[in-house]
Design a protein around this ligand. Structure first.
Ligand code: ACO
Length: 394
C-alpha cells in the first residue's frame, strides 16, 4: 500500500485530532486551558477547579465546584483488596509501575462500561482523580515498610496528598505551591501520554485502562520521567564550576540535557517560568537548595550554546527542585506528574468519546515480498542468514 502522505517520524506536526481543550503557541510561549492562560490559572485557580474546567469545558459555579470537591473528598479511600495487592509489590519497584498496575486494577472493581451514560463518566472522573493520589502515597509508605494512612476529609486535595505522603499536615504555602504545580502539569495538548490515552479510549475500553496506558507512556525519560532525570543530572554535575564542561561534553557526545528542549516550545516553556518562581518562594521560606545554583548556571550555559536550536528549559527542569523542597522523593516526581495529568487524560477521553473513531493509522512497508519459506535444516548460520536478509533489503 502506498502512503497517501509523507511519513513524519514521531508524527511531528501531523494533526491527530481536533480539540478545544488546550492550546500551545510554541513560538510565543503561551499555554491555555479552554482559552484561559496558564499563568492566570496558576494565580487564581485550584487544581480541582482547573480539572473541572478541562473536563467539562467551563469554569464551575461555586455550587458545582463544592459538589465536585465533595465527591472527590469522599472517594479518596482505596478498597482493602487494592491495598493488599500493593503489599505484594516489590519495594524496589518503580512507583510509576506500581501506579500503572493500580490504575489498571481499578477496572476490576468498577468495570461496568457505560460510556454513553454521563453518570458513569462522572463517577469514573471522580474515582480516578480521587484515588490516584492515595495510591501514590500508599505505595510510598508501604515500600518503607509502613501501613498507608487514611486520607483526611478535613484537608483539601493537595494538602491531603502531602499529608498521606509525609504523615504530617503540610505548611499552607507548601500545599498551595504543590496545588499550583498540579495545575501546571494538568494538560498539554496531544503529548505522548495523552495520545496514548486517546488511542486506548478510541477502542471504547474502560477509563481505567485508558489511564493505565497513559501512565505507562508518561513514565519514559523523554516524557514525564525527565524531572527525575534532572535531579540525577544536577547531582552528577555536583557544582557550578562543573556546569560548562558538562554541557560541552553533552554537545560533543550528542547526548540530551534533561529538562531542556520541547517538540512544540522553541522558547522557554511558560510552565518553567512559573515553576522557577515557585522554587524561589520555596527556598525563601524553607531554605536554599544548592542544586538551584547549578540549575541557574546550567540554564545560562545551555542558552548560550543551544538557544539557536530553540532549546530552552521545559516544565521538568524546575519542577524537581520544588518537589525536593516539599520532601517528595525523586522517584515520585513522575507519579506526581501523573496525579495532575489524569485531569488532561480524562478530558481527552471524554472528548474522544464524543466523536469517536478508532485510531488506525497506516504505515509505509519497507520489507520484502514473496519470500520463500526455508525449512529449518536448510537454513545457514544466523550470521549468514542475517547477511542474506541485509542484502535482500538493499
Ligand atoms: N539537549 C541537547 N540537545 C537537544 C535536546 C536536549 N535536551 N533536545 C533537543 N536537542 C537537539 C537535538 O540533538 C537536535 O539537534 P540536531 O538537529 O543537531 O540533531 C535538535 O535539538 C532537535 O531535536 P529533536 O530530537 O528533533 O527534538 P524532538 O522534538 O524530537 O525532542 C524532546 C523533544 C524529546 C523533549 C527532546 O528535546 C529531549 O529529549 N529533551 C530532553 C528530555 C526532556 O527534558 N523531556 C521532557 C520534555 S517535556 C515533557 O514531556 C513533559
Amino acid at each position: 500500500m502506498t502512503a497517501a502522505c509523507e511519513y513524519r517520524p514521531g508524527l511531528e506536526g501531523v494533526p491527530a485530532t481536533q480539540s478545544d481543550i488546550s492550546y500551545v503557541d510554541g513560538q510565543r510561549g503561551i499555554l491555555e486551558y479552554r482559552g484561559i492562560r496558564i499563568d492566570n490559572l496558576a494565580n487564581h485557580s485550584t487544581f480541582l477547579e482547573s480539572s473541572f474546567l478541562l473536563i467539562w469545558g467551563y469554569l464551575p459555579t461555586q455550587d458545582e465546584l463544592d459538589e465536585f470537591e465533595h465527591e472527590i473528598r469522599y472517594h479518596r479511600r482505596l478498597k482493602y483488596r487494592i491495598r493488599d495487592m500493593m503489599k505484594c509489590f516489590p519495594e524496589s519497584g518503580h512507583p510509576m509501575d506500581a501506579l500503572q498496575a493500580c490504575a489498571a486494577a481499578l477496572g476490576l472493581f468498577y468495570s461496568r462500561r457505560a460510556l454513553d451514560d454521563p453518570a458513569y463518566i462522572r463517577a469514573a472522573v471522580v474515582r480516578l482523580l480521587a484515588k490516584i493520589p492515595t495510591m501514590v502515597a500508599a505505595f510510598q509508605l508501604m515500600r518503607k515498610g509502613n501501613d498507608p494512612i487514611q486520607p483526611r476529609d478535613d484537608l483539601d486535595y493537595s494538602a491531603n496528598f502531602l499529608y498521606m505522603l509525609t504523615e504530617r499536615i503540610p505548611d499552607n504555602l507548601a500545599a498551595k505551591i504543590f496545588d499550583i504545580c498540579l495545575i501546571l502539569h494538568a494538560e498539554h495538548t496531544i503529548n505522548a501520554s495523552t495520545f496514548s490515552a486517546m488511542v486506548t479510549a478510541s477502542t471504547l475500553t474502560d477509563p481505567y485502562a485508558v489511564v493505565a496506558s497513559a501512565v505507562g507512556t508518561l513514565a519514559g525519560p523523554l516524557h514525564g520521567g525527565a524531572s527525575e532525570e534532572v535531579i540525577l543530572m544536577l547531582e552528577e554535575i555536583g557544582s557550578v564550576e562543573n556546569v560548562r564542561p558538562f554541557v560541552e561534553q553533552c554537545i560533543e557526545r550528542k547526548s540530551r540535557i534533561m529538562g531542556f528542549g520541547h517538540r512544540v516550545y522553541k522558547v522557554k516553556d511558560p510552565r518553567a517560568t512559573i515553576l522557577q518562581e515557585l522554587a524561589e518562594q520555596m527556598f525563601e521560606k524553607f531554605g536554599h537548595d544548592d542544586y538551584y545554583d547549578i540549575a541557574l548556571e546550567l540554564e545560562r550555559v545551555v542558552a548560550e550554546k543551544l538557544a539557536h536550536k530553540g532549546i530552552f528549559s521545559n516544565v521538568d527542569f524546575y519542577s524537581g527542585l520544588v518537589y525536593r523542597k516539599l520532601g517528595i522523593p525523586t522517584d515520585l516526581f513522575t507519579p506526581v506528574f501523573a496525579i495532575a495529568r489524569v485531569a488532561g487524560w480524562l478530558s481527552h477521553w471524554k472528548e474522544q468519546l464524543e466523536e469517536n473513531r478508532i485510531f488506525r493509522p497506516t504505515q509505509i512497508y519497507t520489507g520484502l515480498h514473496d519470500t520463500p519459506y526455508v525449512s529449518i535444516d536448510d537454513r545457514g548460520s544466523s550470521a549468514d542468514n542475517q547477511l542474506v536478509a541485509e542484502l535482500l533489503m538493499q
